[in-house]
Design a protein around this ligand. Structure first.
Ligand code: AN7
Length: 347
């Protein structure tokens, strides 16, 4: 039914809020038996890749675009490592308003670029990194009156709280740990706010430890200082100066959580494990939490038997290039049964 309808009572919806809806939300919370066994925990992946534009961004974008229209704005603008732009472009298309997206040139996964272009956004490749593109987008929004739909827009984070509500609605409780990738640091902040709201409403009686994971080459929250030249294969979280750093720090401190970093190699290994032992194909950034859990297990810092939800923030199909560089090629055969049998009977 879409996030705005599903959680109408918990969102700032007024009679004047337009009914924007791409049937986002209600994504599957998938129990992962084989990966759980490997880690000695109960592990669930919330597969945000099932959202209409293939990432968690749709939860907040639907509200941000609805409120922009309600406030009389007639165009949206954002900077993005890819998923925000795909989501903004999709909702703008559904409402028939222009969308401008600023991307770090050459550093956006192919599927995300294809999406923004197909949805009809004006796509601007900035010769600079995401952090610089975000500064430019903010200035452009101020000068033109376009609605800024990055997570500096408060409605983005309010809509993203719905992920936490869904987890609690399905589990009937909060998880022990909430594991999540951290880039611009909005999502971890939104989830923490969402869990707290549910606790206040008496829908859950405990709160999870918020465990944030960053790529080692782009880990300003782990190393406690901005990273001027962020670099990682997980381009979605190639961010050096997160706008919601203060909120994310508060979430981790208040929940007795942690920030940890993982290497690109660990991320790629985790992506393969999630696919080959979990049956779920998530993009590299989304696999930072699993990489982190594996790392913590190796350090004897993962308690036995706990319930962990990890947020699989984006669909693996968005970044086919990275995936293909990690796996072998198909086995090519002549169109004969003899050739086929050779393959089927080989060890
Ligand atoms: C798959 O699209 O910042 O910590 O511009 O695409 O809330 O930023 C994407 C971020 C994790 C990090 N996983 O979330 C953008 C953008 C995926 C992402 C994150 C992003 P935040």
């Amino acid at each position: 039914m879409g996030v705005l309808k599903h959680y109408k009572e918990l969102l700032p919806i007024t009679p004047a809020t337009p009914d924007v809806n791409l049937e986002e939300g209600c994504t599957p919370l998938i129990y992962l038996p084989r990966v759980s066994k490997r880690l000695g925990i109960k592990l669930y992946g919330k597969f945000e890749g099932c959202n209409p534009s293939g990432s968690f961004k749709d939860r907040g974008m639907v509200l941000a675009v609805a409120k922009a229209l309600e406030e009389g704005k007639r165009a949206v603008i954002c900077a993005s490592t890819g998923n925000t732009s795909a989501s903004a472009a999709a909702y703008a298309a559904s409402q028939g308003i222009p969308c401008f997206v600023l991307l770090p040139a050459g550093k956006v996964a192919l599927g995300k670029l294809a999406q923004a272009l197909m949805y009809g956004a004006k796509v601007i490749a900035v010769k600079g990194n995401f952090d610089r593109a975000l500064e430019l987008a903010r200035e452009g929004a101020e000068k033109t009156g376009c609605a800024m739909v990055n997570s500096v827009n408060p409605y983005r984070l309010i809509g993203q709280r719905s992920g936490a509500w869904e987890i609690c609605d399905v589990l009937g409780k909060a998880p022990d740990w909430h594991a999540i990738p951290v880039g611009n640091a909005g999502n971890i902040s939104a989830y923490w706010a969402g869990y707290n709201e549910y606790k206040k409403l008496g829908k859950i009686n405990s709160l999870p430890r918020m465990m944030g994971f960053q790529a080692e080459g782009a880990a300003p929250l782990v190393f406690n200082k901005p990273c001027p030249n962020p670099e990682t294969i997980a381009t979605a979280i190639r961010i050096g100066n997160p706008v919601s750093a203060h909120l994310a720090r508060a979430a981790v401190n208040e929940s007795n959580g942690e920030f940890n970093s993982v290497t690109d190699e660990e991320i790629l290994a985790a992506q393969k494990i999630l696919a080959a032992e979990g049956g779920v194909f998530a993009e590299p950034a989304s696999c930072a939490p699993l990489a982190g859990l594996i790392k913590l297990k190796g350090l004897n810092k993962l308690p036995e038997g706990i319930t962990v939800t990890m947020i699989l923030t984006g669909n693996g199909l968005k970044d086919p290039d990275t995936a293909m560089s990690q796996v072998g090629k198909p086995i090519e055969i002549n169109d004969t049964l003899e050739d086929l049998m050779k393959v089927l009977e080989s060890k």
